[in-house]
Design a binder for this molecule. Structure first.
Ligand SMILES: [Zn+2]
Length: 257
């Protein structure tokens, strides 16, 4: 039990840093400097007010100095990353592989946040992510370098093709270059077959949620719906569950006799 509490706390602390990345990367600010400060009054946030999730609850979502509301995004990102780490280490054990997957989950949380708030998937995450994914595949991950390179080409290639064809088919821009680089990164970490599954799950979720939001008139048909968050959720599900899903799929096709 204790190791998981440490993982949970560690995940929350990293999540706190991810929130800073989500806020600053689309604004092209440094994620390292200056330290956390209130976006309203610019006052530095004391360490005791910077405890993940807990501080938000104690301060009831407001800055201690100026009482300006603090975005709910902060505790949500911290909690999501903490839970993500517990799930990853629970499934893959306390291994180097689990550390790599935890880093991938964090990267996916950052691009979800920036795509939702600014419709931006930062190159600062995805381009180094592709390189790190290839290196980890060559050195640590079970998939190996060949599957990793195929993952970059197949997943990135499909998204590139969809981006190229969607103005002709759907009459509007379907997705951007950020989505292409995002899935190239995911392909580098999880290999080409799970990456395909990730795109399928992401597309399914995107059309269901998007269609639902249009049906209940929260969104209009011509409004832009960021695709990145759906791809990120699809990627995490594919990372965790591709093995049982593929086995189930083959069991449907591979009938006895
Ligand atoms: Zn303030």
């Amino acid at each position: 039990m204790t190791p998981y509490i440490i993982v949970l706390l560690f995940g929350a602390v990293i999540g706190s840093f991810l929130s800073v990345c989500i806020y600053r990367l689309p604004r092209e600010e440094s994620v390292a400097w200056p330290g956390s400060h209130c976006p309203s009054c610019r006052q530095a946030i004391a360490f005791y007010d910077n405890i993940p999730v807990v501080s938000y609850l104690i301060l009831q979502g407001r800055c201690r100095v100026c009482r300006a509301p603090i975005s709910i995004q902060y505790p949500l990102v911290e909690a999501a990353n903490a839970i993500g780490y517990v799930v990853v280490f629970g499934m893959f054990g306390f291994t180097a592989v689990a550390c790599v997957y935890a880093a991938l989950v964090s990267a996916l949380i950052v691009v979800t946040g920036t795509d939702l708030s600014h419709t931006i998937i930062p190159d600062a995450v995805t381009l180094p992510g592709i390189v790190v994914g290839l290196l980890c595949a060559a050195l640590i991950l079970p998939i190996g370098i060949v599957d990793s390179v195929l993952g970059v080409l197949v997943a990135g290639g499909i998204l590139w093709f969809l981006a190229w064809i969607s103005p002709y088919v759907f009459g509007k821009e379907g997705m951007g270059g950020g989505d292409i680089k995002l899935m190239a990164m995911v392909g580098a970490f999880i290999g080409w077959q799970p990456a395909l599954l990730a795109i399928m799950i992401g597309s399914l979720l995107g059309s269901m949620v998007g269609g639902g939001l249009i049906a209940v008139r929260v969104m209009r048909r011509e409004q832009y719906i960021p695709f990145g968050p759906f791809l990120a959720v699809g990627s995490i599900l594919a990372l965790l569950f591709h093995q049982p899903l593929f086995e189930w799929y083959w069991s449907l096709i591979d009938l006895p006799g």
